[in-house]
Write a protein that binds this ligand. Sequence first.
Ligand code: ADP
Ligand code: MG
Length: 274
Amino acid sequence: RLDEKKKPKLVSQVPKDLEDDQPLLEVKSLRQYFNLGKGNTLKAVNDISFHIRQGETLGVVGESGSGKSTTGRAILRLHEPTGGDVLFKGIPLQRLSPGEMKTMRRHMQIIFQDPYASLNPKMRIMDIIGEALDIHQLAGNAAQRQKRVEELLEMVGLDSSHAQRYPHEFSGGQRQRIGIARALAVEPEFIVCDEPLSALDVSIQAQIVQLLEELQQRLGLTYLFIAHDLSMVKHISDRVAVMYNGKIVELAESEELYANPQHPYTKALLSAIP
Ligand code: ADP
Ligand code: MG
């Protein structure tokens, strides 16, 4: 068993179970710098570390430009991070080749703020979701593919008969449901939710949070849940990280953070909640 542990883990061998007390995701000294030219470097993510346990939701809050999305994208290596390590089930993602990382995204997905921008307007819902299945060779034959897409639509509360429609035929909330269905298609364990509520009407926001919570319970999902203000993450998060200027300035259990904020910026964020 010891020898087994020492062996480098390949992406094709993502362990089903975690070791005792092992977090699902570990982020260690993650950095993402952008070269702005003329010798200027923007430290968008400036040496941050945290972990997320399986089944947990870690909220990430902070004002626009504080580095939340860059963090989410660097974890999934949608951008190549400047430095640091991200371990998923103990697998160091930085050591994977781009091809292996693509395979890894079977386990790690992302939901975006604006589902309209992230859903190809020229594709039918069937193919938007089907494409995710195709990429990971999960579709099977045409009938199985269709059945799976319909099942996914029902899972997110949409009528399966809508599969032949295009994104513009849906409301904002419905489009976010489609984005969620697409992320779920590959049966991921971990999802970065990058401000999934921000583009939605307040009344719809509550429905989407509820859906994400139900899916988490049902499928055992783990979330990194990004929002720009604390009121949106309060309910869904077990712990909350507060980002400011590329740094995590405070990270605490949700209840603790609300009851007893330590950092002046957290206090300012809390006072902004009506
Ligand atoms: P947030 O999601 O918290 O609003 P972002 O992570 O999107 O913030 O951005 C953090 C900072 O990094 C911002 O100043 C943004 O302009 C900058 N940034 C993000 N992506 C790039 C990029 N590809 N090139 C240059 N700067 C970027
Ligand atoms: Mg963002």
